[in-house]
Structures are given as C-alpha cells and as structure tokens.
Design a protein around this ligand. Structure first.
Ligand code: NAG
Ligand code: NAG
Ligand code: NAG
Ligand code: NAG
Ligand code: NAG
Length: 277
C-alpha cells in the first residue's frame, strides 16, 4: 500500500500490480532499478483510445514519445531513473502500463493495471413523503449505501457514459416520529456519512387534518356569530322602520276595528230590525 502523501490522494498497489488512483491525483509507475540502462520503453494501452509509447535510448542519449499526452512523462531523467508519472489522473488513463527495460544485466519488464477511482458526490435529503433519500452520484466504481438503522434496502443504480455510477437509496420509515437516520456511503476513494431527521408525511397528514377541522370549526363559529349579531341589529332597527313607513298590514289593522264595528252595528241593526219585526 502506497499513500501519495504530498497530494493527499489515495494510491493503492496490491501484489498483482493492480493500481488504483483517484481522479485528479498524481500516479507514478516504477521500472525495475538497474544501472547502465541501454534502452527503456513505456508501452501504454488505455481502455479507450489508441496506444502511446515513451522511449529512451542511452547510446543516443535521446527520448521520444508517440501519442502520449503532456500529462504523462518521465518523473526524473530517464538515464538515471525511468519512472513514469501521470500528473493529473483522468478516467481516460485507465489501462495497462508496461515498462520494457534493456540493461547490462538483461531484459526486464513490468506491467501495471491502472484503475481510476471517482469519489461520488454524496447527498442525504428528505423527499416529498418525508423519507430520507441517500445518493452517491457519479462514483467509480459504484458506491455502497447503507443505513445505520438496519434494513434490507436494495439501492438503485444508474450508469453513466463516462463509466461512473450513481447509486441512490430511500429509507422508508413506518413510524410517525421524527428521528435521526444516518446514511453511510462506502467507496474505495473515501467514505462518507451524514444524519438527517425527516418530518414523516404521516405526521404532516395528521397535522393538516387537525388544522382542517380547526379551520372548519372557526369558520362555523364566525358565521354563527355574525348571524347572531345581524339578528340583534334587525330587532333594534325594526320599531322606527315600522313607524316611518305605512305598510299595508298596518292599514288593515286600522281598518279592521272599523269593519268589526260596522259588522257589529249591522248585527245590532239586524237584531233591532229582528226585534222590530
Ligand atoms: C556500467 O558502466 C560502467 C561504465 O560506463 C561500468 O564501469 C560498470 O561496470 C557498469 N556496470 C554494470 C553493472 O554493468
Ligand atoms: C490489460 O491487461 C489485461 C491482462 O493482461 C488484459 O486482459 C486487458 O485486456 C488489457 N487491457 C488493455 C486495455 O490492453
Ligand atoms: C498513435 O495513435 C494512432 C491513432 O490513435 C494509432 O493508429 C497509432 O498506432 C499510435 N501509435 C503508437 C506508436 O502507439
Ligand atoms: C543526456 O542529455 C541530457 C539533456 O537532455 C544531459 O543533461 C545529460 O548530461 C546527458 N547524459 C549523457 C550521459 O550524456
Ligand atoms: C471505508 O470504510 C470501510 C469500512 O466500512 C473501511 O474498511 C475502509 O478502509 C474505509 N475506506 C476509507 C478510504 O476510509
């Protein structure tokens, strides 16, 4: 295991010469250390794109390069140390790196298999339903998502053209309480974790039902109050209203005693006439 301390980037080498480096870090590949080098060649075959070579001939004290990008070069003077360096690792650098060395002692070669890691952008948010949603976006390889509160959740994955993968996982809580949920994103380029407390949708639902009922009660109460108030207002204003305007009902009330009187008179007259008869 090698840690490139200067740039603070991860650089892992295992016994099978599998090398991994994070995007943006610097990576170095060493050749077998031999004195009196006659010739050294780096043959690079990336996963995507054409091959490239970097060579040095001691008899001409001359280096040459074909197709190799500027970011890829000798770390030191090749006649002394033929170490290869990639200053800023990109996903396109992924592939095989072989050093072929001719020295007085004999011929040597060494191959490295470079894997480029991309640290995912991790986020933890509450969705509309109040469920925590954890996402590790554009990671390479795909990150692992786990939750502190143990559950059997299968995260969804979404691949991208550049070889990165976005992984997302939703934590569905069945209780209405607001509790802290922790998401852990595990990735070879670095781990990440965050806690969040989401307001469950159920709780919001209960609160809104209660609020709904309260507003209906208040509405009814307000209507009742105004109705009562209006009725009182009517009683107060009625007497002067009747005094000012002569309603037809009042006319009949005035007329009626007269008619009854007439009727009575008639009755009396009738009875008198009856008597006289
Ligand atoms: C390397 O070359 C020098 C002369 O250039 C010679 O003296 C020395 O012995 C050589 N070393 C080996 C290991 O061949
Ligand atoms: C790199 O080497 C491995 C094993 O030797 C081989 O399977 C793979 O195809 C090589 N990749 C490239 C891009 O040459
Ligand atoms: C350089 O690149 C071209 C096209 O990408 C390829 O055909 C050629 O073989 C490469 N040359 C070497 C020396 O790798
Ligand atoms: C090889 O060339 C470099 C410059 O390109 C020079 O500094 C070095 O001294 C030369 N080495 C030999 C052995 O001539
Ligand atoms: C990430 O966490 C795992 C344990 O979950 C640990 O084995 C690994 O070393 C950690 N990786 C880094 C880069 O911190």
């Amino acid at each position: 295991l090698e840690i490139d301390g200067k740039a603070n980037h991860l650089f892992i080498r295992d016994w099978n010469d599998r090398v991994s480096a994070t995007v943006g870090s610097s990576s170095v590949f060493t050749c077998p250390q031999k004195s009196n080098i006659t010739m050294v060649t780096w043959k690079i075959s990336p996963k995507v794109g054409g091959p490239c070579t970097l060579g040095y001939r001691a008899d001409w004290n001359k280096t040459d390069r074909t197709n190799c990008s500027d970011g890829m070069n000798w770390k030191f003077r090749p006649d002394r140390d033929p170490t290869l360096e990639i200053r800023q690792v990109k996903i396109a650098h992924e592939g095989n790196y072989t050093c072929e060395l001719v020295a007085a002692e004999g011929n040597f070669h060494q191959t490295y298999h470079l894997t480029v890691l991309v640290l995912p952008k991790s986020t933890l948010e509450c969705d509309d339903q109040g469920n925590p949603v954890c996402q590790a976006a554009a990671g390479k390889p795909a990150a692992q998502i786990s939750w502190v509160r143990e559950s059997n959740l299968t995260p969804s994955e979404e691949g991208h053209d550049d070889g990165t993968v976005t992984v997302f996982s939703k934590f569905t809580a069945h209780s209405t309480e607001v509790t802290n949920t922790t998401c852990i994103v595990s990735h070879p380029a670095g781990n990440w974790s965050k806690s969040i407390a989401c307001r469950s949708r159920n709780l919001i639902l209960y609160v809104s039902i209660i609020l709904c009922f309260l507003s209906i009660i208040i509405f009814v109460a307000v209507i009742y109050y105004f109705k009562l108030h209006h009725d009182r207002l009517c009683h107060k204003t009625k007497p002067p209203e009747t005094a000012l305007t002569h309603s037809p009902q009042d006319d009949t009330m005035e007329v009626e005693p007269y008619t009854t009187y007439v009727q009575k008179e008639n009755v009396i007259y009738n009875s008198v006439s009856d008597l006289t008869v």
